[in-house]
Design a protein around this ligand. Structure first.
Ligand SMILES: [Zn+2]
Length: 423
């Protein structure tokens, strides 16, 4: 009895090791060919392919070949598409041990496990790449996932954001030094707060300060994302920053200037605000979350939606998918798709593309992710349903592959975010 138990134990340790080895290699050295059969593929660029076979070698897609075989994963009857890209999350932002909003900077063991759990939930929800905007605690999580030590999405981080505080923010030279410091700390992008909130929308950085921040980022080869409302949208666009977050209260002229300057817009249609309301007791009383703020949130939701409706009418404006996911919303990022399609009238295919090829283009990674095409990373998900006909299908992610490794392959219809993981 005892010996049998020990043998079982050893066997199970061996199989855990075997699994660990498979998961800990993001780009398998030895080439391993995998074939996925699909009846419907959204290629990430707005096209639909029928009866396709996707051939994967190691971490990359090498061919789309209807005759390829043998089939390793039969995803016929599902909708297959590239893993989603969320341009705006706060991946480490969690609730604390007391159940209250603890922000994004926690360094306790609980906070670290929570951050790992957020990453796991995000990957299980079909998001294979996220941009975290940002916290210094993103860095070890990003690195652990990149090294294959933890399952999670590919993370890009801003490390510490530049908080606009008027004159106090510093001189243009001091701001440039701050930007360089983030690069040295491992930043993949720079995040800038150029306005407070929709309630207090005045600019918190001057044009000169914004120019310095976005110019320095550009010199370092980094993109600059700017939290902006009203006048700050125009100022950030004129400063040559890459992307505007939120953007509410910008005029049509401001939005047209964004088109001319090829600035991306990342507005939100609901999830972040709905999540505050859903978890009101957990946020209330923590910094910035008063009863008055909550009364405003209810009014802000329609303002956000009206703004996005207006933005949709500006020809050529590039609207990316960013959910602003934070504590309480990790793994529910896709709810933002539903809000955009149902409440704003975004075309479902445009919604998918905004989190696929357009999202990749905005990250400067269009040659690596965001499409199902030879040469790109094998980031592939499958939905039980057709999001073009019923956008709530985005809740039913039943298959997740990132860089050629399958992290989820559940029974059809299973919706639990942590269900059925098969490394
Ligand atoms: Zn945010």
């Amino acid at each position: 009895m005892r010996a049998a138990k020990i043998i079982l134990c050893i066997l199970s340790i061996l199989s855990v090791c075997a699994l660990a080895q498979r998961t800990s290699s993001p780009a398998p050295e030895q080439s391993k060919r995998t074939v996925i059969a699909a009846s419907t593929v959204l290629d990430g660029k707005g096209r639909v392919l029928h009866n396709a076979r996707i051939v994967i070698d190691g971490s990359k897609i090498v061919a789309i070949d209807p005759k390829a075989g043998p089939v390793d994963y039969d995803l016929r009857g599902l909708t297959v598409l590239p893993g989603w890209i969320d341009a705006h999350v706060h991946i480490t932002w969690s609730f604390g041990k007391d159940g209250k909003n603890a922000g994004a900077g926690g360094t306790t063991q609980e906070a670290a496990y929570q951050a790992a759990s957020n990453a796991w939930a995000t990957l299980m929800a079909g998001f294979t790449t996220v941009q975290s905007v940002g916290s210094p605690t993103d860095v070890p999580l990003r690195n652990a996932i990149a090294q294959g030590m933890l399952p999670g999405p590919r993370i890009l981080t801003a490390v510490e954001p530049l908080m606009g505080r008027g004159e106090q923010t510093g001189t243009p030279d001091e701001i440039r030094a701050f930007v360089r410091k983030q690069k040295e700390a491992g930043a993949d992008l720079i995040k800038i707060f150029a306005a407070n909130s929709i309630r207090r929308s005045e600019m918190t950085l001057s044009q000169e300060q914004l120019n310095a921040a976005c110019d320095e980022a550009k010199k370092l080869g980094l993109r600059a994302l700017v939290h902006a409302y009203k006048d700050a949208v125009r100022a950030a666009t004129l400063a040559g920053c890459t992307e505007i977050e939120h953007g509410t209260l910008a005029t049509d002229d401001d939005l047209k200037l964004m088109v001319a300057k090829e600035t991306y817009l990342d507005p939100q249609a609901g999830l972040v605000m709905e999540n505050y309301l859903l978890n009101k007791e957990k946020f209330l009383g923590t910094p910035g979350f008063t009863e008055e703020a909550f009364a405003m949130i209810e009014k802000i939701i329609p303002m956000y939606r009206e703004f996005m409706k207006r933005a949709l009418k500006i020809p050529g404006l590039k609207i990316v998918f960013g959910s602003d996911t934070l504590a309480g919303a990790h793994g529910r990022n896709a709810e933002e798709f539903i809000d955009r399609v149902r409440d704003v009238g975004v075309d479902p295919m445009a919604a998918m593309v905004s989190a696929n090829s357009l999202g990749a283009e905005a990250l400067g990674m269009a040659d690596q992710i965001g499409s199902i095409a030879p040469g790109l990373q094998a980031d592939i998900i499958a939905l039980d349903g057709d999001p073009l006909r019923d956008i709530t299908a985005v809740r039913r992610v039943v298959f997740v592959m990132k860089s050629g490794i399958v992290y989820k392959n559940t029974a059809r219809g299973a919706t639990s975010v942590g269900a059925g993981v098969q490394p």
